[in-house]
Ligand binder design. Structure first.
Ligand code: NDP
Length: 444
């Protein structure tokens, strides 16, 4: 049996039922096959792939908290510290009812290669809890965050593991967790990123994932002789990544016509009005359907996804597996020429292959949404140096990092005869970087 197949089998046996994790490992290992084949003997000897797919540490713990009615609830929290070859573990915390071991293993594994692509000194990790923040009062959110941090603080630190936000974890939650961390450790240090601007947060961190997504999408379009200017763009989600992708795409001259949440999507042919969207999502914490009540040009489509709307560019920015093969077919027949993932693994494997087979430009999340973690790493260095960089300075660094990621992706794809296959390019570039560090650090 071929080495990669042996390792894939081992992952399935050691992690039964973890379909998201299996998919993520399969995608990476199959696309780095040419690299593995040229080093197979050495990699087997040092069990390189076996070590690469095994998290360094998985922590899971109980989170008791009390709701406003005085009832006790128990959730499960996790932190997966996947790979520290390149630096302290780094990756977000997700609060969502779907969170489980499989989803966090997949996210932490992906994060390892994404972080490598940023060129910053950060390893891969991810964490969270199967907690649903929807409909919870501010006090309940605080109680949950404090209980979560009362356990997590034992395993994190500025040189050890530096969590950030993800789905369901924004600046409010990071603030509550940081407050509790500080209370427990008596340390004022850069252990979480995405902090408020008055206590160690970096300018541009809020915008970074969405902006970075748009910067790399523009690079990809330019290489094909196209541009975002005057393009019609569809976006899914209406959270942190979606809002700032919409903001930057509009600033670059695109017309973004959709936004969504888990209930449905809104279509505004005049272009999504960002002030209304921010008011609904960042201030009122409301549902996307409110947009159609507030903006006469918009329609609301309950229980549907935005991929049925004709567009030039689609940016899925909500959650894993939100674009399947049927959606991909609709996009192609609607004239879509490019898809870039703002979320992690939003496009299913068969949909990705279909889009690529139809000549649609496709940029995978580990390259296209790396801007968030890149600016998190810049926040870490600002905290260590006790300095604060300006918005322009950080935004310029972000643009340089996204350009560099683009160059790494196309170069790696070219080196292995996969020109135009950005999935292969991103995986190979990230893999080569992580593997080199692992080899040089010995059998650990
Ligand atoms: P948020 O919690 O801010 O927003 C998530 C959005 O996705 C919400 O609008 C949510 O709607 C929507 N959503 C959730 N589940 C579904 C569903 N089943 N169908 C349709 N929409 C859904 O999260 P972020 O914007 O931070 O993260 C979005 C994605 O981007 C995630 O995959 C995350 O891992 C990835 N990412 C985030 C980074 C960051 O810096 N924040 C960095 C890199 C990647 P609802 O309110 O209904 O749940």
């Amino acid at each position: 049996m071929k080495y990669i197949e042996e390792v894939l089998n081992r992952v399935m046996i050691n992690n039964p039922g973890e379909t998201e994790f299996h998919t993520a490992v399969r995608e990476v290992l199959l696309s780095v096959e040419p690299v593995v084949l040229s080093h197979e003997k050495e990699y087997r000897e040092i069990q390189l792939l076996e070590r690469l797919v095994e998290p360094e540490r998985i922590i899971s713990f109980r989170i008791p908290w009390v709701d406003d009615a005085g009832r006790l609830h128990i959730n499960r929290g996790y932190r997966v510290q996947f790979n520290s070859a390149l630096g302290p573990y780094k990756g977000g915390l997700r609060f969502h009812p779907s969170v489980n071991q499989s989803i966090l293993n997949f996210l932490a594994f992906e994060q390892t290669f994404k972080n490598a692509l940023t060129g910053q000194a950060i390893g891969g990790g991810k964490g969270g809890a199967n907690f649903d923040p929807k409909g919870k009062s501010d006090r309940e959110i605080m109680a949950f965050c404090q209980s979560f941090m009362s356990e997590l603080f034992k395993y994190i630190g500025p040189n050890e593991d530096v969590p950030a936000g993800d789905i369901g974890v924004g600046s409010r939650e990071i603030g509550y967790m940081y407050g509790q961390y500080k209370r427990l450790t008596n340390q004022y240090e850069g252990t979480l990123t995405g902090k408020g601007l008055r206590y160690g947060g970096s300018l541009v961190r809020t915008e970074a994932t969405g902006y970075g997504l748009v910067y790399i999408t523009e690079e990809m379009l330019n290489a094909a002789g196209r541009t975002l200017k005057d393009s019609i763009v569809t976006v899914s989600g209406s959270g942190n990544v979606a809002i700032y992708a919409i903001e930057k795409a509009a600033a670059m001259g695109a017309r973004v016509v959709t936004a969504s949440d888990s209930d449905g999507y809104v279509y505004d042919p005049d272009g999504i009005k960002l002030d209304v969207l921010k008011e609904i999502k960042e201030e009122k914490r409301g549902r996307i359907s409110m947009y159609a009540d507030m903006v006469p040009s918009a329609g609301y489509f309950s229980g549907r996804k935005p991929w049925e709307v004709g567009c030039d560019v689609a940016l899925p920015c909500a959650i894993q597996y939100e674009m399947d093969l049927d959606d991909a077919k609709k996009l192609v027949s609607g004239g879509c020429i490019a898809v870039a993932e703002g979320a992690n693994m939003p496009v299913t494997e068969d949909a990705t292959m279909y889009l690529q087979s139809q000549g649609v430009l496709f940029m995978p999340g580990k390259a296209s949404n790396a801007g968030g973690v890149a600016v998190s790493a810049l926040e870490m260095s600002q905290n260590s140096m006790r300095i604060k960089k300006s918005f322009e300075e950080v935004d310029n660094q972000l643009q340089l990092i996204m350009k560099d990621i683009w160059q790494q992706v196309i170069t790696a794809a070219h080196d292995y005869g996969r020109d135009g296959n950005y999935v292969a390019g991103a995986n190979i570039a990230g893999f080569r970087c992580v593997v080199k560090a692992m080899r040089e650090q010995g059998w650990v």
